[in-house]
Write a protein that binds this ligand. Structure first.
Ligand code: UD1
Length: 427
């Protein structure tokens, strides 16, 4: 299995980096293509990531034609004709986000069977909001033998209040509602840019959705949807990761195509720390002087709050700012595993339930560490950039789910980093 080796110390990042289309946008967009029973749907700016291959396979498993032209970053989907109702376990189990096919399959076929995502049970990693919303629209849901089965001859519009603005549940319900009879109102809906991107595609396909990006979505059901063409929005989390990398290394980097508005919560915290963040025509420029960085307090929240998907990377930035910073994680439980790994690199942290206190500005040491999840893997690599000596980050399957050529992009900015087959590496 591959590992990344970073030689720390002098890794001031300088130059320009280009951002891909957003993983978290393209996965629900691919699910949306299931709804079009006429014509092709063409998605451009599609990132080449293992999660995208997995979602393509989930859709193919429904007897839908999916072609991925990687050289052109374009996916073409033809979902016309009869399609299957069962999303196969072998792909769904690889990726929790596959659950977003439940709403579209049900809306299109009146019947859907989807394996429990990621092999986890509803109790420990809930999808209750997805299911409650579909039930409110008239679906009957049963769970047996590791599958979720949903039936409804015709979904009916409903007013649904979500206890928490879940991104995936908002996407699932929004897609189901496009073909329901009557109007659906989703209150306390998620407001992430990826929700807006999905609504844009669905409206191009003939849906009638209003309010995307606000807390109330109004979806007037239509009889049919057709194929459409759409460019995937830029990845704000990949952009944010490079912004943090530049700031940590005292660099000067233009993150091309990064969208200011989408990264507002991150930018505000970087400015508070003393990082220079400026908007240019081509993207966002980061300049920083590490010796002047100040500690901050950050709390993760649903959008437009600080994104939980930037939490791990931001703790790496906190580790280089002299003084005590606080990170409060309110979206996911147990999302501080990277801090346990970072201890091997002498990052000082104290964790009390949802709060981590990070004492930054002390010398960091390279070490062998393991990625515990996608964003943790990026955070460990960033820490390796500034730690003395060599850091080896293993279990890159996590990294490949969400970052395209991460080490090559960092190397092009001047980092001393390479990817190796661990079996061959005896360091
Ligand atoms: C999406 C993102 C993920 C990001 C997360 C929060 C994709 C593919 N993934 O995940 O990268 O970290 O948003 O910004 O877009 N919850 C419930 N019941 C539910 C659903 C969720 O209690 O039915 C809880 C979850 O346990 C979690 C919180 O809500 O604590 C947020 O989850 P959610 O917004 O649903 O995240 P995802 O859509 O899974």
């Amino acid at each position: 299995m591959d590992s990344i080796i970073v030689k720390g110390g002098d890794n001031r990042l300088v130059g320009e980096v280009r951002i891909e289309g957003a993983k978290n946008a393209v996965l629900p967009l691919l699910a949306a293509t299931i709804l079009a029973d006429q014509g092709q749907t063409v998605l451009t700016n599609v990132p080449i990531l293992s999660d995208v291959f997995t979602m393509n396979n989930v859709v193919r498993g429904l007897d839908i034609e999916v072609g991925f032209d990687e050289a052109a970053n374009t996916v073409r989907v033809d979902a016309s004709g009869e399609i299957g109702s069962k999303a196969p376990y072998k792909y769904v189990n690889q990726m929790r986000a596959s659950i977003v096919v439940l709403g579209p399959i049900l809306a299109r076929n009146g019947h859907a069977i989807v394996s429990m995502p990621g092999g986890c049970t509803i109790g420990s990693r809930p999808i209750d909001l997805h299911l409650k919303g579909l039930e409110a629209m008239g679906a009957t849901i049963t769970q047996k033998a590791g599958n979720i089965e949903a039936c409804a001859d015709k979904l009916k519009g409903a007013t649904i209040y979500m206890d928490f603005p879940s991104v995936g549940a908002t996407q699932n319900l929004m897609m189901a509602a496009t073909l329901a009879e009557g109007t659906t109102v989703i209150e306390n809906a998620a407001r992430e840019p990826e929700i807006v991107d999905l609504a844009i595609l669905l409206n191009k396909m003939g849906a009638q959705i209003k309010g995307a990006g606000t807390e109330t979505l109004v979806i007037k059901g239509v009889d049919k949807l057709h194929g459409a063409e759409h460019q995937v929005v830029q990845d704000r989390i990949e952009a944010g990761t490079f912004m943090v990398a530049a700031a940590m290394t005292g660099g000067n980097v233009l993150v091309k195509d990064a969208v200011w508005e989408h990264n507002r919560p991150l930018i505000s915290k970087m400015l508070e720390m003393g990082v220079s963040v400026t908007e240019e025509d081509a993207g966002i420029r980061i300049q920083s002087d590490v010796s002047r960085l100040k500690p901050v307090m950050v709390k993760t929240l649903p959008h437009p709050g600080f994104p939980t998907d930037m939490q791990a990377q931001f703790t790496a930035l906190m580790a280089v700012a002299k003084g005590e910073s606080t990170m409060i994680e309110t979206v996911f439980e147990n999302r501080f595993q990277h801090l346990e790994e970072m201890r091997r690199m002498d990052v000082h942290s104290e964790i009390m339930r949802d709060t981590a206190i990070i004492t930054g500005g002390t010398p960091l040491q390279g070490a062998k560490v393991m990625s515990t999840d996608l964003r943790a893997s990026a955070a460990l690599i960033l820490t390796g950039l500034v730690a003395e000596g060599e850091t080896l980050v293993g279990k890159l399957t996590h990294l490949d789910r969400g970052y395209y050529k991460f080490h090559e992009k960092l190397a092009a900015l001047g980092a001393d980093i390479k990817r190796v087959d661990s079996e061959e590496y005896d360091g």
